[in-house]
Design a protein. Sequence first.
Length: 268
Amino acid sequence: MKLKAQIKGLMRFSYLAENGFAKSTQGMDAMREMLYDPARLARRFKLFERLAFHTMSHQEDTDFTCAVLIGDSFPDKARAELEDIIRDFKPMQIVSLPPLVHIQAVKQAFNALPDDPSATHIATFRQDDDDAMHSSTTARIRAVADNLLQVRTDTKPFVIAFNRGLYLDPTSETPITEWYERAPLGIGLAMVTPKGDHATVFRRNHRNLMEYYDCYSEVARPMWIRSVHADNDSTAQPQGRAGALRPRGVRRVLADGFGLTPEMLDDL
């Protein structure tokens, strides 16, 4: 039997969970007020449209599905705006859930996506609403997953990571810098599991996945853009070595891999 992976993604958009945020200890009311603050949502929508959705909709391989996870208390006006943005992009759908423990919400969101009966495995990938992934990301996930499935003797889940990318910090003297991460970053990160195995790419902290699973990592080219801004929930600091890309190279990478220009990122 030919082994085949179905690709399912998940992007959390200000989802109000019972845990999972650095500020979760402040309580649900404080979290709701912070997440749904109109000024914050306006900033998130700008990042979402310019980075996350823009590059998701430019994927070379569109034979995937991606849930956009929001809370059932997400403001009506914001939901209408989100629906309008993704309306014509078939792979993406909104999944609305009440506040749940983060891992349970993730499982329900993935389960809400349609199932491919011909698939033997599921490749779950993660993407943040304020970051960008290279236009070849889903194509690479498929190629690597399907080929590794043919040669692996271990049936346990394995991870596909992209450890080279760009950090975007508009307030810095050098706004866009290249980095090689020493541990998996969450952007475009995928976990391949046999169908029926309920583990997903969110099962463990992405930085620690190599301690628990076989991991195939690529550094051939910059595969993501991570944005650095005041609303980052976790510390958005590189953990690795700096790359050598200069402004001309950055411009080329942005155009060829992300459909972007430095000017399009200036006001983020």
